[in-house]
Write a protein that binds this ligand. Structure first.
Ligand SMILES: *[C@@H]1O[C@H](CO)[C@@H](O)[C@H](O)[C@H]1NC(C)=O
Ligand SMILES: *[C@@H]1O[C@H](CO)[C@@H](O)[C@H](O)[C@H]1NC(C)=O
Ligand SMILES: *[C@@H]1O[C@H](CO)[C@@H](O)[C@H](O)[C@H]1NC(C)=O
Ligand SMILES: *[C@@H]1O[C@H](CO)[C@@H](O)[C@H](O)[C@H]1NC(C)=O
Ligand SMILES: *[C@@H]1O[C@H](CO)[C@@H](O)[C@H](O)[C@H]1NC(C)=O
Length: 712
C-alpha cells in the first residue's frame, strides 16, 4: 500500500535534486527476470531471516524471525542471520512482564554484536578501529516498550547479529527471563532512494555466476553509499578532530563526512569516509547500476572543500584533510573522479565552477613531472596501503598519464579558454614523452614492467602492469597482449596476486587488471578472472554472498594483510566492484564517446556466453544490448543520440532512437521482443546554463572523443 502511494506522489512531484529522471530512485528502469538477482532490500525495513545459532536457555528463538516473540535468560544467546549484508541501527520491543523490575533491569543488559563475515560470530563484533582485535558489544538496558540504539550507533555493515544476556554473579533473585518482539533495522544505505531496488542498469546472461557478480558489485556500491551525517567509523582517528572520549574498542558512525543527503564512501563498515582512490573503480560502477551521480558529486565536493593551500587534494575526506594527509596517486584519482563524473553526468556547469580548483590540483602533479627523465616522480609513499610507492613508480606513472589525457579531454568538452595554448602544448608533450620513456621500466625477459627504475627492480607489480594498459595509449597493443598473458600466468586458485604487496590478493588492483585484459583485447581472460576470483569472493569460506571484501591473502583467507586483525577487513568495499562496470562497458560493450552518451560506441564481446542482455541509462535515456548465440544482435539507444556499433569485424554508424538488428546483410530497424515502457520516463532536460557551457556541443556531436589533442 505504502509503496504505491509513494510511487504516485513521486511521479507527480518535481524531480528531487540530483535524480536524473522521474522514477529515479523509486522504480527499477529495466523490468524482468534479472531483478531476482538484485540484493537490495524490498522496502526500507529489514528483518532477520534465519536463526543461525543459539546457546543456553532461549524460548522460540525463531519468534523474532517470524513476527512472534523470543524469550532469553541470563547466559543465553541467539545469532540471527539477515538475507544479505545490510546496514542500520536496531529497533526492538521489550514485552512488559513479571521479571521486568528495578532489581533485574539494574542487574542485566541486552548485548548486541555484529559481523559481516560468518567467521567472527560471537559475544563481540567484528572490528571497525584497530584499537582492539574486535569491537566491544553494545549493551542496552531493558525497558518495556519500543527500544532502539542511539542515533550514533549505525552499524555500517553486518549480516549476522548476536544478542545475548551476560550472567551477573552479584544478582541474588530467581532467574529472570526477558521477552522480545518486533526486531528490525531501517536500512541506512542509499538514503535518498525511496526504493533501494530502483536500479537504472541491468545485466542478464546464460551464466548465473556472472549475473550474481554483477548484482553483488552493484549492491556493494549501494551499501557503501551513506547518509553524510552517519560516516567516519574510525572513532580513534576522529579524536584528532572531534575530541571524543570513546574507550578502546567502542564503535559509532557519527562523523559528518560531506554536505548533501548522500555520499559515496570507501567501505560500508569502515572507514565510511570519502576516498578518491576507490572512486576510479566505484564511479563507473555506480553510473551503470544506479546512476547515483549525486553521491559522487557530494564526494568530490568534499575533497575540493578540503583542498590544501598548495592545491593538493586530501588523501581522504573528513576526518582526514585536517593534518596534511596526502598521496600523489590518490590526488590523481580525485582528478580522474572528476573526469568520470563529467563523463557520465554531462554536468559542465559544475565543471566550470570547479575548473580553477581542478587546475590548481593538476599543477601539483605537474610539478612532479621530470622533463629530463620524461617521467612522473612520485613524491609521496602513501597509496592503497601497498608498500614501495614513490619515485619513478610504474603504477603512479600510469595514473599520471591517464590524468593528463583526461584533462585534455575535459578541456575539449569545456571549450576554448579552459586551457591556455602553452598548457595544452605541455600536456600533449608530456603524453608523447611518456610514451617513449615509460619503456625504461620494461623487462623484456619477464615480459612485464618493473615496479620502479631505482629500487624494487625485481618486483613486477600487478597494479603497475595493469595501469600501463589502463592508461590507454601509453603502451602499444602488442605489448599489452604480452602483459595480459604474463599476468594470467600468475593467477592461483583464488585469483590474481598483487605481488607488490606480500601475500595479498587485492580486488582493487585486480579491478584494473580486468580492464587491462579487455584493452589488450583479451576479453575471455577478463571473464575467466571474474569467475575465478569474484566467484570465490561470493561463495568462499567466510564470505557474505552479498558484497565484495577489501582484500584477502593469496591462500584465500579473509584476513587482509594490510591490517593486524582479520576482523577489521571490510566485506563491502566499493573498490572491489570492478566486474560490474567491466561487464557493462566491455562485455556488453556499451561505452560513451561524449558525456551522457550523446554519442556512443557499442562493441560487444560475448566470449563464451550463450546469450546475454543488459544495459544502463543516463539522463539522456536507455542504452540496451541483446544477443543470442546463432541469433541476432539487437541494440537500442535513445533518440537524439548517435554512434557506431562494431560487430563481426565491421563498424557501422547508427542514429539513436530506435532498435537496430544485425542481419547478415547489415543493420535493419527492428522490433524489441520485450514490453516497452519508455514513454513513462521523462528524462531530465539539461538546464540553459549547461547548454551555454558546451552541452550544446556535446549534444550535436561536434566535440571529439577522448581529447587526444586539443591542438590539432
Ligand atoms: C550486576 O548486578 C548488580 C545489581 O544486582 C549491578 O549493580 C551491577 O552493575 C551488575 N553488573 C553488571 C556487569 O551489569
Ligand atoms: C512501537 O512500535 C510499533 C511499530 O513497530 C508501533 O506500532 C507501536 O505503536 C509502538 N508502541 C509505542 C508504545 O510507541
Ligand atoms: C560522536 O559521538 C561522541 C560521543 O557522543 C562525541 O563525543 C563526538 O563528539 C561525536 N562526534 C561528532 C563528530 O559529532
Ligand atoms: C560543506 O560545504 C562548506 C562550504 O563549501 C564547506 O566549508 C564544508 O567543509 C563542507 N563540509 C564537508 C563535510 O565537506
Ligand atoms: C547466495 O546468494 C544466491 C542468490 O544471489 C543464492 O541463490 C544462494 O543460495 C546463496 N548461497 C548461500 C550459501 O546462501
Amino acid at each position: 500500500m505504502l509503496r504505491s502511494a509513494i510511487l504516485v506522489s513521486a511521479c507527480t512531484a518535481a524531480l528531487v535534486e540530483g535524480l536524473a529522471f522521474e522514477g529515479h530512485g523509486v522504480e527499477a528502469l529495466f523490468k524482468g527476470p534479472w531483478e531476482a538477482y538484485n540484493k537490495a532490500p524490498d522496502g526500507r525495513i529489514v528483518r532477520p531471516v534465519k536463526v543461525y545459532n543459539t546457546e543456553g536457555d532461549v524460548t522460540t528463538p525463531e519468534g523474532l524471525v517470524a513476527g512472534g516473540k523470543t524469550t532469553l535468560t541470563p547466559g543465553s544467546l541467539v545469532t540471527y542471520e539477515f538475507a544479505e549484508n545490510i546496514a542500520g541501527r536496531v529497533f526492538w520491543t521489550v514485552e512488559d512482564g513479571e521479571h521486568l523490575n528495578t532489581h533485574t533491569t539494574e542487574s542485566f543488559k541486552l548485548s548486541f554484536g555484529f559481523t559481516e563475515s560468518p567467521a567472527f560470530i560471537g559475544r563481540h563484533s567484528d572490528a571497525t578501529t584497530d584499537a582492539r582485535h574486535q569491537d566491544l558489544p553494545l549493551d542496552q538496558p531493558f525497558q518495556a516498550g519500543n527500544n532502539s540504539f542511539d542515533k550514533i550507533y549505525i552499524r555500517g555493515a553486518f549480516k549476522y547479529m548476536t544478542i545475548w544476556i551476560e550472567q551477573n554473579a552479584s544478582y541474588t533473585g530467581s532467574t529472570p527471563s526477558f521477552t522480545l518482539s518486533d526486531i528490525y533495522v531501517p536500512y541506512a544505505a542509499m538514503p535518498h532512494f525511496e526504493n533501494p531496488k530502483a536500479y537504472t542498469g541491468y545485466f542478464h546472461s546464460s551464466d548465473n555466476l556472472l549475473n550474481r557478480i554483477w548484482y553483488a558489485g552493484a549492491y556493494t556500491l549501494q551499501l557503501t553509499t551513506v547518509d553524510p551525517e552517519e560516516g567516519g567509523s574510525l572513532v580513534d582517528f576522529n579524536k584528532r578532530v572531534d575530541h571524543n572520549h570513546f574507550p578502546p574498542g567502542a564503535w559509532a558512525s557519527n562523523f559528518t563526512i560531506s554536505n548533501g543527503t548522500s555520499v559515496t564512501t570507501d567501505g560500508a563498515k569502515r572507514d565510511r569516509m570519502v576516498y578518491a582512490g576507490d572512486m576510479t573503480i566505484a564511479v563507473p560502477g555506480i553510473a551503470v547500476s544506479t546512476y547515483d551521480l549525486e553521491s559522487i558529486k557530494n564526494a568530490l565536493e568534499t575533497l575540493f572543500a578540503h583542498q590544501y593551500w598548495d592545491g593538493g587534494m586530501p588523501y581522504a575526506g573528513p576526518p582526514m584533510g585536517y593534518h596534511g594527509e596526502y598521496s600523489d596517486t590518490y590526488h590523481l584519482h580525485a582528478l580522474l573522479g572528476v573526469w568520470n563524473y563529467v563523463h557520465f553526468s554531462g554536468d559542465v556547469a559544475w565543471m566550470a565552477r570547479y575548473w580553477t580548483s581542478y587546475r590548481r590540483a593538476l599543477r601539483v602533479s605537474l610539478r612532479r613531472w621530470n622533463r629530463f627523465r620524461g617521467l612522473f616522480w612520485c613524491w609521496s609513499t602513501a597509496d592503497w596501503l601497498r608498500p614501495g610507492q614513490g619515485g619513478y613508480n610504474s603504477e603512479a606513472n600510469g595514473i599520471f598519464y591517464l590524468t593528463v589525457k583526461k584533462t585534455l579531454a575535459l578541456a575539449e568538452i569545456m571549450g576554448p579558454g579552459y586551457l591556455s595554448m602553452e598548457e595544452a602544448r605541455l600536456l600533449n608533450d608530456i603524453l608523447s614523452a611518456m610514451e617513449l620513456n615509460y619503456d625504461i621500466l620494461w623487462d623484456e625477459d619477464k615480459g612485464l614492467y618493473r615496479d620502479n627504475i631505482d629500487t624494487r627492480r625485481t618486483i613486477y607489480p600487478q597494479d603497475g602492469n595493469s595501469w600501463a594498459i589502463f592508461a590507454e595509449g601509453l603502451v602499444p597493443l602488442e605489448r599489452a597482449k604480452v602483459i595480459s598473458k604474463n599476468l594470467r600466468k600468475r593467477w592461483n586458485k583464488y585469483g590474481a596476486p598483487a605481488v607488490e604487496m606480500p601475500n595479498t590478493i587485492s580486488p582493487f588492483a585486480t579491478g584494473f587488471e580486468l580492464i587491462a585484459h579487455c584493452y589488450a583485447e583479451e576479453h575471455q581472460t577478463a571473464v575467466d578472472l571474474i569467475r575465478r576470483m569474484w566467484g570465490y569472493m561470493l561463495d568462499g569460506e567466510g564470505m557474505t554472498n552479498s558484497t565484495f571484501l577489501e582484500g584477502f591473502t593469496i591462500d584465500g583467507n579473509i584476513k587482509y594483510p594490510a591490517y593486524g586483525s582479520a576482523e577489521r577487513n571490510s566485506h563491502a568495499h566499493g573498490w572491489s566492484s570492478g566486474p560490474t562496470y567491466v561487464l557493462s562497458t566491455e562485455i556488453l560493450g556499451i561505452k560513451f564517446v561524449t558525456p551522457m552518451g550523446y554519442t556512443w560506441k557499442i562493441e560487444p564481446h560475448f566470449v563464451d556466453l550463450d546469450w546475454v542482455e543488459g544495459g544502463y541509462a543516463t539522463a539522456v535515456g536507455k542504452f540496451t544490448v541483446k544477443w543470442k548465440k546463432g541469433g541476432k544482435l539487437e541494440v537500442k539507444t535513445p533518440k537524439g543520440t548517435s554512434g557506431s556499433v562494431v560487430w563481426e569485424g565491421e563498424e557501422r554508424t547508427l542514429q539513436g532512437g530506435g532498435i537496430w538488428v544485425w542481419h547478415s546483410d547489415g543493420w535493419r530497424e527492428g522490433e524489441w521482443d520485450a514490453e516497452e515502457d519508455d514513454g513513462k520516463y521523462s528524462f531530465k532536460q539539461p538546464d540553459p546554463a549547461q547548454e551555454r557551457l558546451g552541452l550544446e556541443k556535446i549534444r550535436s556531436g561536434t566535440t571529439g572523443s577522448g581529447g587526444q589533442s586539443v591542438l590539432s
